[in-house]
Each structure stands twice: as C-alpha cells, then as structure tokens.
Design a protein around this ligand. Structure first.
Ligand code: GMT
Length: 386
C-alpha cells in the first residue's frame, strides 16, 4: 500500500504523531510519502528506506501578501498521487489539508486518478482555529467530504460533533507512543549535572503557546520549590517563552529554571525527570504527557479536553481545574515529597502508557486504510457504470 501523509512538519503534536505514524507504517513495509513544506522534525533522525519526502514549494511574487500555500499543496498532492501511484491520502490537521485534498481529488476525478482521503483531527484545528467563522464553512465541508474521519480522543470527537455539523461517524484512534524510544534509561550522570544536590526535577515540554498556560508552570514550580529542593526544565520554544523567562527571573527562580529550547532527544531529558507539568487550557490528548509517562514520569495536569483519558487522577498523576495552580502545586508536592510514593506513581505512569504502545494503535489505522480503499474502489466502479 502506498500512503501519502500530509502534516505540519513542526514541533507540534499533530506533526510529531503523523511522522511517528509514517515511520511505524514504513517499518511494516508500507511505502510512505510525506507531502509538506519542510522535512518533519522527527524524520530527521535516521534513514528510512520506505519513506519519501516531497517538499511543497510556495513561489513568492510581489503581488502576494499571502502566498497561496493551499494551492501549492493541492498541486503537489495531484503530482505525487499520479507520479507515485498512491492508494490513499492521510491528512493530519483539518486546515488547510482537508480542503486541499478535496480540491486535488476534484482535479484527479477528470482523469479517473482520484483516491480516497482520511482526515485526522488533532485538536486546535477544531477547538481553537476551525470553529472561527473565518474557516468554519470550509472546515465543515472538507471534513464531511473525507472518506473517513478520525479523532485522537473521545473528548475531541464529542467536541467536533458539538461544534460542527458532521454527517459521518468519527473513529476515535488515540495517539500512541514508541516505547522502544520513549522509555526510562539510566542518565544519572546527566541528572547529577542538572541537580547536583539530588533536587527533584520537574519538566514542561510544549510549543509555548498561550493555550499551554506557561506562566502557570512557573507559578506551580515556585510553590513546589518553597517546600522541596527542585529544578525545572523548560523544553520547547514559542511566543510565551520570553514572558516565562522574565517571570522566572522576577520571582527569583532563574537559577533553578533552565530554558533548554527545542530539543530532539526528549526521551533523555524525560529519563532524568521526576514530574511532568501540563497546565493547559485545552488539550485534545496531550501527546507530550504520554511520552513522559512512557519514560516513567508522572503528570500533574489540568482536567481539560482529553487529558483525563491519559492521565489517571490519583494514579499516574493528578488532574485539576484549569488555572488552579494551588491545587496543581499541592499535588506536585504530594507526589514528590515521598520517595516511595513517587516510585509508585512512576510505575503506574509507565504501566498506563503501555496501553498506548504503537503496536496496539497502528493496526487500527491499517484496518481503516484497507476499508476506505475497498469502499472507494467500489464507489469508482459504480461511478464508471452509471
Ligand atoms: O498543542 C499544540 O499546540 C499542538 C497541537 C498540534 O496540532 O500539533 O497539538 C494537538 O495535537 C496533538 C497530537 O494529536 C495533541 O496531543 C495535543 O493535545 C493537541 N493540542 C491541543 O489540543 C491544544
């Protein structure tokens, strides 16, 4: 089977998941073609003989204030589908991937080269961006035109059905983690460098957008540090980073907070961490929290969106209302203040993360691909006959 994957190539969870899916499929022998404007971040590690990357180039012209990416993407889809004889397109993030795929398919129908497409909804394409009246009609239309729709959590499925007029079933296929890569490894020398006096290490990983409520991470850490010797590692970059750095400085915490920026070997950093903080305003799933749990790191998070589906309150960590930094700090202190309790949470985190191992989830995508391709072949046959 030849599959085209369209995603955002950046550090965001949807691009990460799409890339991990492509790698997993290629390991199983599928031919995978990524179509996007840059090499996806996680594709830079190692060579994968079954993976092809097709860069979408958007020529600029003095007339364009906004170069038309969607048009360039639809054209790239047409070319790759025809030249590589793809069987299926899998789009991650509705905007503008699903509408570009619809356009590409309309073009290909003229020559009979059209193929089915599946749209996977990841969160902000529904919860923040897609609902905006600027995009809503196109998002609703192109989701409905998809041959199958998947959402990464039950919560996101509910939210999509509540906010859009969706005429099809939405399959929930949760995100997954590659435990061969994300597992606890002994990096004690590294831990000693960052926490020389045995301080607890708290960690936050995100793209530092306002939805992540990064200032809450600093507030929680400030409370924890009053009670427990601790260090905080801030991984990633984005619009809220500078504000968070200033906050840490003005609160006198800077010597205990390290802003490490974008990192590729996140599993090594997670391996030396004791607690993951994710105080997001909304989170369809929280892939970063799942990767932390797979490395044996408990999670203190909000109860927003799909987070309760991965972080089990009182077992793998704790859930609190959005903005309740006092409760999140108290929960963090509870977990970190006792060695035995911490170990208990760590073990529960890893056990729960294993339920989301990639070998349990990838077959769900394979099954859906097979069904969609079969149904589309029947539809094309009927179209030809009529
Ligand atoms: O969280 C972000 O800002 C990035 C965003 C994305 O679209 O890349 O992540 C979304 O998709 C991830 C993968 O499915 C989920 O784990 C994240 O929870 C989700 N983010 C939000 O819902 C805010």
């Amino acid at each position: 089977m030849k599959i085209g994957i369209v995603c955002y190539p950046t550090f965001g969870g949807s691009g990460v998941l799409a890339t991990e899916l492509g790698i997993a499929l290629s390991d199983k022998g599928y031919e995978v073609h990524f179509i996007t404007y840059e090499q996806p971040v996680r594709l830079t590690q190692g060579f994968h003989p079954n993976i092809y990357f097709h860069e979408v180039k958007v020529p600029t012209y003095p007339l364009f204030d906004f170069p038309p990416y969607e048009t360039a993407l639809a054209s790239a889809m047409v070319n790759v589908i025809v030249n590589q004889e793809l069987d299926l397109l899998h789009l991650h993030y509705a905007i503008p991937h699903a509408s570009a795929a619809y356009f590409a398919r309309q073009i290909l129908k003229k020559s009979g080269n059209d193929i089915p497409f599946i749209t996977t909804l990841h969160g902000t394409d529904i919860t923040l961006v897609g609902r905006d009246a600027t995009y809503e009609p196109v998002v609703t239309f192109s989701i409905n035109e998809s041959d199958a729709i998947t959402a990464v959590s039950d919560s996101l499925k509910r939210e999509t059905l509540d906010s859009f007029n969706i005429e099809k079933d939405i399959h929930v296929i949760p995100n997954f983690v590659d435990v061969k890569r994300f597992h606890h490894t002994d990096k004690n020398h590294f831990k000693q460098m960052l926490a020389p006096d045995g301080e607890r290490i708290l960690v936050h990983v995100s793209n530092f957008r306002s939805v992540k409520r990064v200032p809450d991470v600093i507030k929680i850490f400030a409370e924890v540090r009053k009670v427990i010797p601790a260090k905080l590692l801030m991984i990633g970059d984005g619009p809220e980073r500078q504000n968070a750095e200033e906050m840490a400085r003005s609160m006198g915490l800077y010597s205990d907070v390290r802003f490490l920026g974008k990192q590729e070997q996140i599993n090594e950093i997670l391996s030396i961490s004791d607690l993951f903080l994710l105080p997001s305003a909304t989170e369809s799933f929280g892939l970063s929290a799942l990767e932390a749990m797979a490395c044996s790191v408990p999670v203190v998070s909000t109860n927003a969106g799909g987070l309760p589906e991965i972080n089990v309150d009182g077992k793998t960590g704790y859930l609190s209302d959005v903005g309740d930094t006092d409760a999140m700090a108290a929960n963090a202190i509870h977990i970190l203040s006792d060695d035995e309790r911490l170990l208990h949470f760590k073990k529960a985190a890893i056990a729960h993360a294993r339920k989301f191992e990639k070998q349990h989830i990838i077959p769900q995508y394979e099954q859906l691909y097979t069904q969609v391709i079969k149904d589309y072949a029947l539809y094309k046959r009927d179209r030809k006959c009529s």
